[in-house]
Design a protein around this ligand. Structure first.
Ligand code: GLN
Length: 447
């Protein structure tokens, strides 16, 4: 299987993988093969997994698709990856992404953009674009991505596969290169829910190396499959009435709600009057945290150091100037601005208050329903050649996904068929915090 996938990756034309871990994968294959013969293999024996280039594997390059981490090798393995390997999964390589997970197109990668397997002229989404493209193109069984504002779910929707952002704290972030620590979660991308449930089961749980990981009991997610339990599903009128929403995606959401009603579920209307504030709140908090997290790349400790520097100040400034791409610089600048003493109250402080309000509203919504069903994205994958030059337009594409990160709730994107333009459509299911088991249960019924 390892050789089969290596061959496929070598021939691939979607720029999904940025490196194949030849030695690692083949060595592990031999070990796992032995274990299978002796009947001692783990639960993921033979599962071939790609990891986003911001998740660490000891002794291997990791770069967050940025020049600033040029030449850097991980000194340790991310907890979630360690747990996968313990169950005999085989990590086959690292996957393309937007630089530091900032973006929705995979266009900001130092390796060049990954392409959508359904149509190579289209973006695969981002920032976990390589992860989604790899799984959709059949280059590995499953992939790990990271989701700060939709980066697992949006590319999953654009590439026609499943992508889940678990509850905040459900998976350890140890070994994930931080973008915005209060929003980041690692999440799996798979072609089916069985793999999704199994991967979550193996990876979830408290990790002493990540103080924000939760000690909430890990449920047997695989047992959520095949359930016929009836639930109450809410839909947010503000999402369905949103002017940016594609009419076919709206219709598909309405039809799905109808099917659920016919299958015996209760469907209720819900309201999120602050929908239009979600994206600004997300971009203030995410950039503020990013400006702090990315301060460590100083040309001294990690990766790239400018060869043009002649003194200490220049080591810092030139390494950062030459090492970061334009989108990362924009976000560091924006984040530093919203945190600056003169503007803190007007922006960062206000965004924190708005976040609290959004959490309260979300809690109120979930008093009346068990799940929320929304489109994952307002439209289908867009052409690579037409990615907006205006960053704020691109930021607005995240309107339906950021809610789950702002509030910490679990959310999954479910592939729901094709648009008349031939591209996949994803619908998103959200649930209250730590209802990750139930979300798999319901996703299975929606699928
Ligand atoms: N598109 C969003 C952004 O650019 C989401 C990124 C993410 O989830 N990592 O910030």
């Amino acid at each position: 299987a390892v050789n089969h996938y290596i061959e496929k990756i070598e021939k691939d034309t979607h720029n999904a993988f940025v490196e194949i871990f030849y030695g690692e994968a083949r060595e592990r294959a031999t070990v796992v093969d032995q274990k299978i013969r002796f009947g001692t293999a783990g639960r993921l024996a033979g599962m071939i997994i790609g990891i986003k280039d911001n998740i660490c594997l000891k002794g291997h390059r990791v770069s967050a698709a940025s020049k600033i981490l040029d030449g850097f090798e991980s000194l340790f393995t991310a907890t979630v990856v360690e747990r996968l390997i313990k169950e005999d999964a085989i990590i086959i390589g690292r996957l393309n992404m937007d630089e530091f997970a900032m973006g929705s197109t995979n266009k900001t990668s130092v390796y060049g953009p990954a392409l959508n397997p359904h149509n190579k002229a289209m973006v695969p989404g981002g920032s976990s674009g390589g992860s989604a493209a790899a799984v959709a193109a059949g280059l590995c069984h499953a992939a790990l991505g990271s989701d700060t504002g939709g980066s697992v779910r949006q590319p999953a929707a654009f590439c026609g596969i499943y992508g889940m952002k678990p509850s905040y704290g459900r998976l350890s972030r140890y070994g994930l290169i931080a973008f915005a620590s209060s929003l980041d979660q690692i999440g799996p991308l798979t072609t089916n829910l069985e793999d999704m449930a199994l991967l979550l089961e193996v990876m979830a749980g408290k990790d002493p190396m990540d103080s924000t990981s939760s000690s909430h009991a890990v449920e047997p997610f695989s047992e959520a499959l095949g359930s016929e339990r009836k639930y109450t599903i809410g839909y947010l009128t503000e999402t369905l009435e949103h002017p940016a929403l594609d009419p076919e995606i709206k219709q598909l959401t309405l039809d799905t709600l109808d099917h659920l009603r016919q299958a015996g579920h209760t469907v209720v209307e819900a309201h999120l009057p602050h929908l239009d504030y979600l994206t600004p709140v997300y971009y203030i908090i995410a950039t503020a945290e990013a400006s702090s997290n990315l301060a460590r790349y100083d040309g001294v400790h990690f990766g790239y150091r400018s060869p043009n520097a002649t003194n200490m100040d220049e080591v810092y400034t030139l390494s950062r100037t030459e090492g970061f791409g334009p989108e990362v610089k924009r976000r560091i600048t924006l984040g530093t601005f919203v945190l600056s003493s003169g503007f803190y109250d007007a922006y960062y402080g206000k965004a924190q208050k708005a976040r609290r309000l959004i959490v309260q509203t979300t809690n109120n919504i979930f008093e009346k329903c068990d799940f929320l069903l929304t489109p994952t994205t307002p439209g289908t994958a867009f052409p690579l050649s037409k990615v907006f030059d205006d960053p704020t337009k691109l930021y607005l594409e995240d309107i339906f996904t950021v809610m789950a990160n702002i509030t910490g709730i679990p959310a999954i994107s479910i592939p729901m068929g094709q648009h008349s333009n031939g591209l996949p459509i994803g619908l998103q299911l959200m649930a209250p915090v730590f209802k990750d088991f139930q979300i798999i249960e319901m996703a299975d019924q929606v699928s």
